[in-house]
Design a protein around this ligand. Sequence first.
Ligand code: CP
Length: 309
Amino acid sequence: MSELSVDHLLGIKYLNKKDIELIFETADHFKEVINRPIKKVPSLRDITIANLFFENSTRTKLSFELAEKRLSADVINFSSAQSSVKKGETLIDTVNNILSMKVDMVVMRHPNPGAGVFLSKHVKASIINAGDGAHEHPTQALLDSYSIRERLGDVKGKKVVIVGDILHSRVALSNIFALQLQGAQVMVCGPKTLIPKYIDKLGVKVEANLRKALNWCDVANMLRVQNERMEISYFPSTREYTQQFGVNKDLLNSLDKEITIMHPGPINRGVEITSDVADSKQAIILNQVENGVAIRMAVIYLLASKIKQ
Ligand code: CP
């Protein structure tokens, strides 16, 4: 039987093409399961999973919890705001206390880049990175590619532009790695101040003009400006940002072809995307959320299979 090349999911950069194919094939099976009247399988009745969220989340947290429950795992949830982290407990102490309750797998979102890698070196559990600062968000990139594959038939050969705040985005970095592994071409588009200086080393195209970027691509992945990670202003005003980098229906209708619109959420309606685009048939934003459950079931199932060996 095929298995993942990794024991943890810390970032897309640690995966290979075969890993992604295996995750997608497994997700296809689980997508069928979650559309049945009984949406549950008994596969992980012997596995306990802790969801540790040191940063806010709606989609990722709920999606992981649902994926774990659909696989019949035992689940415990931890949110740093109501925990003893506030009393000065370290990350390793927190996690080791949780693991002493016989936990097999940890899903963690943390504001510090590399937190998952650090944890994987110090605790005995399989770690899934649910977003580490501006570094990686691997399950988001997997569900994004899976959604492109579902809508357009394949990821290979497709042209994808990621628009907006690339500098502070873990979604952008994970998507670049995932899309390139599958043979897609990637472009980034946004204010010069929000494009990282190292972008050339990632082998992506850079375009400052949104209309040109949208005319080039098959898919546009619109990102939110991450004000919470900014200590200074990176552009003159939100109004100006929207004028230059926001997508609206008039702009889409004026393009040479119909493109697919994605957004990882949360959306700032009227800033990077207008409601008539977000709620249109061209947008697959809620399909992305739906696919997130099947993708996370696949990742958890495949990593748990390695624990059980
Ligand atoms: N896409 C995403 O990570 O959303 P949340 O922050 O709500 O989990």
